[in-house]
Write a protein that binds this ligand. Sequence first.
Ligand SMILES: [Zn+2]
Length: 283
Amino acid sequence: MTSPTPACALCGLPTRFRTILGCYPLCRCEACDLEFIHPIPPQELLARVYAHGYFQGTGERGYCDYFGVERERAARKGAAWLDRIQSHGGRGGRLLDLGCAAGYFLEAALARGFDPYGVEPSGDARGKVSSALAGRVFPDVSAVRDKAPFDVITAWDVLEHLADPLAAVRALAPLLRPGGLFAAVVPVQTNLNARLWPASWDQYKPPEHLWFFSPRSLSRLLCEALGAREVASWDEWSRPGRLLLERPAPALLHRLDRALFAPLRLLRPRWLVDSSGVLVRRA
Ligand SMILES: [Zn+2]
């Protein structure tokens, strides 16, 4: 790559070119484990990614059937996220979910006594929000400013999609009350797939995903942007039963892959984790 790599958005130190994902150069900051596509593609291209069909399997990218088969899984995940928030004192109050899609998490929050609001730029997804959430989901953050301060703000599988996640979280900081909780889940590139064989990690998928965190860099971003401290972190999901193979391969390679996977699961679970969450509390 001939163009210079930019300074790290988090720590300001020089970054290095790591690899090309498709036609997108990936840069990495060794000091804080942060990786990102550079340059960030233009807004018109990003808008096309989330155009009609992103949630229904008919777009260029996105979910197979978010409003159908994914709904139950989304509800299950939402219940687990609420358990975490509530175990750290988030018991009711006003909640904002950034990138709330069809509002499944907001429905679960409403059922548990929160006063929930959501921001979702996709008109497709907003059109699927249930009537129980009428008047609670808006296309952008500016529309929910008058609902602040929020006791809890969440961003589930969202920050990796944004052109500038640091700026997005900084913009939310004034909306979170002192002592309020902010929770986020992102894919994490600390697993063996991402570290050893980037082409085998299915979460390296620009221009849908643009930023690639470790648990440490996610925590640092949230703490610095919000003036917060970490109160919890967790592993969200790991690929089951295989190590490096993502695509079809000869049976012998699959057997070898499974054989390598088993001892690694006992030795270093971190090597197998694909997604992690962090919960921080604003000072
Ligand atoms: Zn850095």
